[in-house]
Design a protein around this ligand. Sequence first.
Ligand code: FES
Length: 216
Amino acid sequence: MADDPQKRFEEARSIDASLDSPEALAGRTRVDVYEPALEVEEYTTAPDMRPLSEQPPWRKDFPIDLPTDQYVARRDFAKFLVLTSSAFVAGQGWIAAQNLVRENRLVQPRMKIAQLSEVPVGTSKMFAYPDEHAPCLLVRPDEKTLLAYSQACTHLSCAVVPKVEEGVLYCPCHEGYFDLQTGKNIAGPPPRPLPKIELEIHGDEIYAVGIDLKTV
Ligand code: FES
């Protein structure tokens, strides 16, 4: 039988007509136009050898075999991104909440620590704030000035002593010096200023109301 090119052409067109269609040119031709797509289980195997229907959902979304990765739908991937982003945001919220709770715990009490008459000009008085384990110093360098600091040196926690005439707080352990007016470390090994105790004065009474934890 003689070969008929025209007949062969017509036959080919009838088999795969969609290739010439507008859909094909627009990129909407089915991916399995040339051969049927494989079922997922035909080309992927889980490590425990159980069928995919018995695998946890995450393994269906992210199969271990590379070919199956292609079957992670864009929607699934977007879902995964949203979930991980949400988890990240929730984590940040949890950390922020923890910080808030910690800050609230740091709210210091208001405590009466002395009477003005107990601290003549040029003298100092010890007190404890915010609890009995935290020794502090109240110093009155002149008539109108009252200063208070933690007594624990910021080097190795020795007790500092005031030298009011020299305008310093002195740590005898390693010759550390702090400025009396600011608490700033000015000489010796102390690495930070002394924590300053915030004061309020009402009439003759002196109150400690907070701690300024300076770091520079
Ligand atoms: S403990 Fe104060 S200088 Fe070392």
